[in-house]
Ligand binder design. Structure first.
Ligand SMILES: [Zn+2]
Length: 265
């Protein structure tokens, strides 16, 4: 949806018909032929059936200001090429002319190489924090079937596998489900399981938080410890300024303290 809006808002840059080609005054182009003499060739005969096609096209180009009448020492012939759909394409045989002019030879960088380079300078500074963390690991990132992965290298070089880069919206659910599937193991084993499958900046503390917040884990009493999470205890959240919801359950008993202040217990 966003892409469509973006393209519509800039619709003037797209050509809507064959002669809707626009013109720029930003740059003036000059063709450099060096010391070569102009190329002039005798007009070729065209099959009679093609003459109306050529005339129509020349008329159209004149009308749309693509060409103008000229008396020039340069002359190249019109050629018509049959298109796949049977209609004729109007071309001009500029091959000899092109041989006489100097080509602009700018060393354009390869697009693949440009796109494969990590962002630098201002572009890097303007990235969100998380993207900067990922940029620092550019060499380890890998795009496969439109999914972004990170190559995991164990410090001792033993384990090498791909971790899928989890988008923000899937992190909590994925880690929670993984933790539950494992059978509610603790932080260390849950982290190990995440490490083998997925990656995102801050995944370690995020995983620890998921385990600490797990309702199932918190309800089960271990050895002599009291349950770690009961009603009306501080709730931990994942992000600053997150919106928390709590259900109040009643009935709430009214009472008073030693100083006779009344309130709910
Ligand atoms: Zn759990």
């Amino acid at each position: 949806m966003y892409a469509e809006e973006f393209m519509r808002s800039r619709s003037q840059v797209f050509s809507k018909s064959e002669f809707d080609i626009g013109r720029t005054d930003v740059l003036h182009h000059r063709i450099d032929r060096g010391d070569n003499v102009p190329h002039f060739e005798r007009l070729r005969r065209h099959p009679t059936c093609q003459l109306p096609v050529i005339d129509d096209h020349v008329e159209d180009m004149l009308r749309h200001d693509v060409i103008e009448p000229a008396a020039s020492p340069w002359c190249s012939n019109v050629v018509t090429v049959r298109k796949k759909d049977g209609s004729m394409r109007f071309c001009i045989d500029y091959r000899k002319t092109n041989d006489l002019i100097k080509k602009d030879k700018f060393p354009l960088p390869k697009i693949d190489t440009c796109l494969g380079m990590p962002p630098t300078g201002t572009e890097l500074r303007e990235l969100p924090d998380e993207a900067r963390v990922l940029t620092a690991q550019w060499e380890s990132l890998l795009l496969r079937d439109d999914v972004l992965y990170r190559r995991f290298h164990h410090p001792d070089g033993s384990t090498r596998h791909l971790q899928v880069l989890l988008p923000g919206s899937l992190r909590r659910k994925s880690v929670e489900e993984l933790h539950a599937e494992l059978g509610h193991f603790g932080q260390y084993k849950t982290r190990l399981a995440v490490l083998q499958r997925a990656y995102f900046p801050g995944w370690r503390s995020f995983t620890n938080l998921v385990v600490r917040n797990c309702t199932v884990c918190n309800q089960s009493q271990r050895s002599m410890q009291a349950p770690r999470q009961t009603a009306l205890r501080p709730m931990r959240e994942f992000r600053p300024m997150a919106v928390l919801h709590a259900d109040l359950i009643g009935p709430v008993v009214e009472g008073k303290n030693s100083r006779e202040q009344r309130g709910f217990q």
